[in-house]
Design a binder for this molecule. Structure first.
Ligand code: SF4
Length: 173
């Protein structure tokens, strides 16, 4: 025990430092997402996250958008507690059999216009859980999907880029 304590005091952390995100690019990206939402909706975007059965790593990246560094709300974008107040459903994970009904209810409770964003490889086609007895497959096997953001898990910047691409695509229609 004493040896472990001494080692922890004399050795640095074993994890690698993460690459520093470009703050200016990030701010510009988030501002563009908000501008596109204002043009399309006349207000900022509201997002409801739905975990349909993920391993939770995708959630960690989504939650990071609200942390002190990314602080998405300073650009007006916000996560809401109810699908009734949401414009976008951000769905993670493969859809498990137990979460199918909850996902459908969240989808039906979201007012139009609504968009579904499938986050991560599992949300696309079940990913590493594909074929499991507990899973139905990807999000599009249960509800219509407007955009898939790839990654395992996708970074917060990739999530913002995906939202921007979605709003620009919708505005161009
Ligand atoms: S895509 Fe990767 S990080 Fe996201 S739920 Fe699946 S295994 Fe987990």
């Amino acid at each position: 025990m004493r040896k472990t304590l001494l080692e922890s005091l004399t050795h640095g952390p074993l994890t690698e430092a993460p690459p520093a995100p470009d703050e200016a690019a990030l701010a510009e990206l988030a501002k563009n997402v908000d501008k596109a939402a204002q043009a399309r909706l006349g207000r900022s975007l509201s997002i409801r996250a739905v975990d349909a059965g993920s391993c939770n790593a995708c959630e960690l990246e989504i939650h990071a958008l609200s942390n002190a560094f990314y602080d998405l709300e300073r650009f007006g974008l916000r996560f809401v507690a109810s699908p009734r107040h949401a414009d976008v459903l951000m769905v993670t994970g493969p859809v498990t059999k137990n979460m199918r009904e909850a996902l459908l209810r969240a989808y039906n409770a979201t007012p139009d216009p609504k968009w579904v964003v499938a986050v991560g490889g599992c949300a696309a086609d079940g990913g590493i859980f594909r074929g499991s007895y507990a899973c139905l497959g990807g999000v599009s096997d249960v509800v219509p999907v407007d955009l898939h953001i790839p990654g395992c898990p996708p970074s917060p910047t990739a999530l913002l880029k995906g939202l921007l691409a979605l709003l620009q695509h919708v505005a161009g229609k």
